[in-house]
Design a protein around this ligand. Sequence first.
Ligand SMILES: Cc1ncc(COP(=O)(O)O)c(C=O)c1O
Length: 442
Amino acid sequence: MTTPIYDFIQKYASSGTLRCHMPGHKGIAPEGGTKELYSGDITEISGADSLFEADDIIAESERNMASLYGTAATVYSAGGSTLCIQAMLTIMKQEKRRIIAVRNVHRSFLNTAALLDLDVEWILPRYTGGILSGEIEISAVEEKLRSCEEPACLYVTSPDYTGRLADIKGLSAVCRRYGARLIVDNAHGAHLGFFEESLHPIALGADMCCDSAHKMLPALTGAAMLHTSRQEYASLLKPAMSLFASTSPSYPVMVSLDLCNKYIAGEIRRDIAENLVHLSRFRESFSGRLEFADSEPFHITVRASESGYDGAELAELLRKNGVECEYADSELIVLLSSPFFRPEDYARLSEALEKSLASAGRYEKNIRSFSMKLPEKAMRIREAVFSTTEDIDVENSEGRICGAVRVPCPPAVPIAASGEIIDRNCINIFKSYGISTVNVVK
Ligand SMILES: Cc1ncc(COP(=O)(O)O)c(C=O)c1O
């Protein structure tokens, strides 16, 4: 597999050329800076191509990625999945599609809805992991699509923050029946294409999806890709992305995507197969003591409260024992592995978890139960987000219109979305997540 962006930058960095161009560091690391990072950080000089008008090394690298994922087209993002989500929804808006979204969306979806003035119709999942996770019922999707008079688009998050996978095959079949597009936030699933049988959304029938390479592959933060299975969308991806993106995308981030191609073409399948063995042994060694959520294997999601522990306390103990979690609340802990995890990492994790469990408090086993119902809508998302707002105590927010969704990141999933009227039910859920202040329209 070729690595054209990496090769170009290596050659340029060692050429000794005087850099009479941006960036201002001129390829020299300031004291304390990493030498290779600065020498490889360039701008769109001759031969370096240009992300949003790519026809040379970046285009070649993107074609490499497309062939590895089996897509009609794949384009790079140096602005994370957030930028890809903005682009996917822009294309849906250009097609005048009705946006139907399953509620456990990431904040980047809501921000995009505000920027594009999208009017979102929500489907509630059957919640199983607090507000973060739930089962998407095909029948609920079908009912919504059937009642939709205009062309539609279904937006789902899979894997969700706890690693739970939606039935993408089933959802894509329903979408096809109703002429709807299936858009998947696969930010947590860049590795899913390289299991023995692909679990990647594009392989399972999605029309477009985003992958945060930086979450599950050995890529730098900000590295992501936007895939489509539809040839007619290929030329729309970059113009849609460039509406929101910096005109100076990071070359180190693009190099990290370029090098992912080499890793994917080379070792990833072996690494995934080996990790799956360790992951399964790891879960088995705690069976009977810890409940694990139904997730794709690399998200080790411990149902702490259901196992008789407090998740936040357990995360603090893990920290003291040298392990930092991806996410923890009283109910859940998400420990994120990746194909880059090594056998000794599982041994360290096991040891730290054993130690933490030995000193953790024991509590009555319980499952957080709440009934989520959609709050009443008072205004469009955009109108609420661009209104004058104020932060108030959650306790005083009943009846007020939600302004910006400021749920902490992670999980960054809405309890009340912008423009909705905060009700007593929302207040109880806010409080159960330790959220004490909300932003409301003045
Ligand atoms: C489910 C989900 N979607 C989208 C995003 C945004 O991804 P990025 O940080 O790559 O922009 C995140 C970030 O955590 C996420 O968890």
